[in-house]
Design a binder for this molecule. Structure first.
Ligand code: PEP
Length: 251
């Protein structure tokens, strides 16, 4: 049985006091089977940690540097995140790739550092609109998965979640159809079989992300190869996030 992971990506939203309020509301949501994670801005980690204490909600960050310490002004390392109570970290989000020069190589370095420090990684992959329109989706996703997971062992894969996030669907209100999302998630699973083994392919959680919301979550999560969601906008609305968690509990 694969773990269903419903993760909120708060992006650059919420001050610490606002984060405490939102995390308190999320901690109060009913949650049975699905693993619920909130990935928050660095400055909100402390407030969110206090707010979710005693609940089943897990804490995550939105990025991490690959070095453990040193002269990297403005960066945060994996051991720092671990000591602050993070269990998860998002790596390779398309906004980092688009706006902050993230490459497959740096995604891989961050992934290795995070896993070595004991964090669980949500590795984001996904094609741009023009790549889908020119039939390059599988080529792009394949490259991102292979490069992102370079030198990651089968054992380490137990701590990797892959989030398929078509870039054209993120924050746009455009959602991939259930079939489009399922097709790429199934493609990623087949790729994991080639790269590792049946066991890794069958046990790795593969999320869909891209305008998942209270209305479309149940249908997306009912697809056989979609094991959760990475949710931006709707994760900031506790009632909507609660509906998505409930759909995850039933998946
Ligand atoms: C995301 O930030 O990963 C995301 C999928 O955002 P949204 O749900 O707002 O499209």
């Amino acid at each position: 049985m694969r773990k269903i992971v419903i993760a909120g990506n708060w992006k650059m939203n919420k001050t610490p006091s606002e984060a405490a309020e939102l995390a308190t509301q999320i901690a109060a949501l009913e949650n049975n089977k699905a693993e619920v994670v909130i990935c928050v801005p660095y400055v909100d980690i402390f407030a969110a940690k206090q707010a979710i204490a005693g609940s089943k909600v897990k804490l995550g960050a939105e990025n991490v540097h690959w070095e453990a310490s040193g002269a990297f002004t403005g960066e945060i390392s994996a051991p720092m995140l671990v000591e602050c109570g993070c269990e998860y970290v998002i790596i390779g989000h398309s906004e980092r790739r688009q706006y902050f020069g993230e490459t497959d190589e740096t995604v891989n370095k961050r992934t290795k550092a995070a896993l070595n420090a004991g964090l669980k990684v949500i590795l984001c992959v996904g094609e741009l609109k023009e790549e889908r329109e020119t039939g390059k989706t599988e080529e792009v996703v394949k490259r991102q998965v292979i490069e992102g997971l370079k030198d990651i062992s089968a054992e380490q894969m137990a701590n990797v979640v892959i989030a398929y996030e078509p870039v054209w669907a993120i924050g746009t209100g455009l959602t991939a159809t259930n079939e489009q999302a399922e097709e790429v998630c199934a493609f990623i699973r087949a790729l994991l079989k080639d790269l590792y083994c049946d066991c890794v392919a069958d046990s790795t959680t593969i999320q869909y992300g891209g305008s998942m919301n209270a209305k479309n979550a149940a249908d997306l999560l009912a697809m056989p190869n979609i094991d959760g969601g990475l949710i931006g906008g709707a994760s900031l609305k506790p009632a909507d996030f609660g509906v998505i968690i409930a759909a995850g509990d039933k998946a």
